[in-house]
Write a protein that binds this ligand. Structure first.
Ligand code: GDP
Length: 419
């Protein structure tokens, strides 16, 4: 086991092979318990089937997915020489977008899966776009299903070119991207260099994963715990639950919930059904605060220290990038904003500046509208109280997505909060 931890997102268009790649990585790194494999080996031998271990991993993943009622992201773990990886699997496209935005996934780096026989598809574009906006540092691009295209070098090069164009379009630094021809299904160039691609002498996938940069250390910002749900548990009382994004919570701390604007002393903290004296970033906790009842707080509240409470925005300024909008966005537009665990309708009060996508410089002051592909600085007024933070201070609570008509139409980062 290594010391360093990485949250890895597997992104890409539906059916391009994300789940198969997750299964392959778990299998190749031996992250499936031996006794379980043994059991299935016997079963498979009886049935005269080959490739049983890998098939087992895939079955198991499918099962986890079906159970996905309570856990909305399936966490899988594997270790390489350099890192312990937690895979933030992105089975359904909608889940991924939501998780990326609400911070639930918090991926440091990502593997983009692009099927060689299909090339760049709509969700490839959307995921790359979100990865860039929401701060993925480095991308490994697995050009998958090479077996389907007979391991042809020309086809690989064409898809690499297509993806490179896409990265440039969203200003993702192509120096931070590496391309690998793979077959998740057959195992080519995953753990060992494949004989099927003699024309390729670059890194294989596990090497590329080992070579990822170390994630930035967690911010030493004060406690921020967005509330997912609020339960009433007999014998304990009101129990808000959520994941600590930054900071530490100790029993005895004085905390407040914003925007509900109530607070008290932390009486108990529970994690994995056990009481703990303290919890840290990444911990999913249920806790109990003296004097707080079920109707005092709600999903979307952020819990923080009483002496450094979460901000509540009267208005905020943000940088947004419009991904896909059928017409134009003008001042007065009021879509739903998704930030951490809250969903609040917000009005775009003014469009302050439009940026030049290639230089990042101001292209136009106070434009009348923005449209798909545009980046802009806008002023936003939430229609209900919203707790959000400048991304320069607490990046974990400083990003959001704008959804309308059932899709993500824009994503952004908070520049300034006016309380
Ligand atoms: P996801 O929707 O991106 O998670 O895609 P899946 O992993 O579910 O794969 C979709 C289909 O493509 C499945 O039938 C897989 O068996 C198949 N598939 C995935 N990777 C490969 C590959 O490398 N080669 C071949 N031939 N099929 C693959």
């Amino acid at each position: 086991m290594s010391e360093q931890h990485q949250n890895l997102a597997i992104i890409g268009h539906v059916d391009h092979g994300k789940s198969t790649l997750v299964g392959r990585l778990l299998y190749e790194t031996g992250s499936v318990p031996e006794h379980v494999i043994e059991q299935h080996r016997e079963e498979a031998e009886e049935k005269g089937k080959g490739g049983f271990e890998f098939a087992y991993v895939m079955d198991n993943l499918a099962e986890e997915r079906e159970r996905g009622v309570t856990i909305d992201i399936a966490h899988q773990e594997f270790s390489t020489d350099e890192y312990d990886f937690t895979i933030v699997d992105c089975p359904g496209h909608r889940d991924f977008v939501k998780n990326m935005i609400t911070g639930a996934s918090q991926a440091d780096n990502a593997v983009l899966v692009v099927a060689a026989d299909d090339g760049v598809a709509p969700q490839t574009q959307e995921h790359v776009f979100l990865a860039r906006t929401l701060g993925i540092d480095e991308l490994i691009i697995g050009i998958n299903k090479m077996d389907v295209v007979d391991y042809k070098e020309d086809t690989y090069n064409d898809v690499v070119e297509e993806v490179t164009q896409l990265l440039k379009q969203v200003q993702f630094d192509t120096d931070d991207a590496s391309f690998i021809p793979i077959s998740a299904f057959e195992g080519d160039n995953i753990a060992e260099a494949s004989d099927n691609t003699p024309w390729y002498d670059g890194e294989i996938l596990l090497e590329a994963l080992n070579a990822l940069p170390e994630p930035e250390p967690p911010t030493d910002a004060s406690l921020r715990l967005p509330i997912q749900d609020v339960y009433t548990i007999s014998g304990i009382g009101t129990v808000p639950v959520g994941r600590i994004e930054t900071g530490v919570m100790n029993v005895g701390d004085d905390v407040v919930f914003q925007p509900s604007d109530v607070g008290g002393e932390v009486k108990t903290i529970e994690m994995h059904h056990e009481e703990v004296p303290k919890a840290e970033p990444g911990d999913n906790v249920g806790f109990n605060v003296r004097g707080i009842g079920k109707d005092d707080i709600r999903r979307g509240d952020v819990c923080g220290p009483a002496d450094d409470p979460p901000k509540v925005a009267e208005t905020f300024q943000a940088q947004v990038v419009v991904m896909q909008h059928p017409s134009v966005i003008t001042a007065g537009y009021t879509p739903v904003f998704h930030a951490h665990t809250s969903q609040v309708a917000c009005t775009i009060e003014s469009i302050d500046k439009k940026m030049d996508p290639s230089s990042g410089e101001v292209a136009e002051e106070n434009p009348d509208f923005i449209q798909s592909g545009d980046a802009a600085v806008v002023t936003i007024r939430p229609q209900k109280p919203l707790s959000i933070e400048p991304s320069s201070e607490i990046p974990e609570l400083g990003s959001f997505a704008i959804r309308d008509m059932g899709q993500t139409i824009a994503a952004g980062k908070v520049l300034e909060v006016n309380e």
